[in-house]
Write a new protein. Structure first.
Length: 253
């Protein structure tokens, strides 16, 4: 989905969801004069599944070149934030700035203890054919580590559940994972020479907040903002605050 404007902004969704987590954010960014690009990551939403090894950064770089949209500002939530950081590391010429929410580099997907615990719960449920158990584990990201689903707007849970079920339906339990992770990212982070903003929900898992703030401290031009009353999805729980933070950052570029 693309809205035409002046400066490219790419919105990168979280794992198992799709571009619709940003549905209400696209008009705000387009109204501010930006060209907005909101893709579905390979294997998610309306995008095809992988048939051979691939890397997130390569896919995004190919899309930006196809659309003649670089250098672009990359705005990513969770997995999308990891994709943004991977891409600026691998293709710095295609990136103008980065906004990361609830993530840092892609290594958080494999090293953060809480993320690994939730992923293990998802894998066990999926292996047992327990779709509801898988969804319950997936939706733990929404309230964060120290809240429960009852503390979140039920419409947010409904929307994410719908997206996750759509992505899950595209795959089979025994399907090979063709994603090739990027390694050694933190050693390269100090070389990121574009502005980086991390936006973290105050109620997100403390380890995830710490990783994002580490990213902001490690790059030459980094800054960090905390959004009260939100966890892993500040763009959905506090949309007006999120829009103000992101558009304000864009005005500084």
């Amino acid at each position: 989905m693309t809205a035409r404007g002046r400066d490219p902004v790419v919105l990168l969704h979280s794992g198992f969801a799709d571009h619709r987590i940003f549905d209400a954010r696209i008009p705000a960014l387009a109204a501010a004069g930006h060209r907005v690009i909101a893709p579905d990551v390979r294997g998610h939403g309306a995008s095809a599944n992988a048939a051979r090894p691939f890397r997130w950064a390569d896919d995004l770089a190919a899309l930006l070149r196809h659309l003649d949209a670089g250098p672009a500002v990359l705005v990513g939530v969770s997995m999308g934030g990891a994709i943004a950081t991977d891409t600026v590391l691998e293709y710095p010429e295609l990136v103008r700035a980065v906004v990361v929410c609830g993530a840092a580099t892609s290594e958080f997907e494999y090293t953060d203890p809480w993320v690994r615990q939730v992923r293990a719960e998802q894998a066990r449920a999926l292996g047992a054919g327990d779709v509801e158990g898988w969804l319950a584990a997936f939706l733990r990201f929404v309230p964060g580590e120290h809240r429960g689903p009852d503390d979140v707007d039920p419409d947010i849970l409904r929307r994410l559940r719908e997206m996750a079920l759509g992505t899950l339906a595209k795959h089979t339990p025994d399907e090979e994972n063709h994603h090739v992770p990027l390694t050694g990212t933190w050693a390269r982070v100090p070389k990121i020479d574009v502005p980086v903003l991390t936006v973290n929900g105050a109620l997100d898992a403390p380890d995830l907040i710490a990783e994002a703030e580490r990213l902001a401290r490690t790059v030459p031009d980094g800054r960090s903002v905390i959004v009260e009353g939100a966890a892993h999805y500040p763009n959905m729980e506090r949309p007006e605050v999120f829009d103000e933070i992101v558009t304000g950052f864009l005005r500084t570029l």
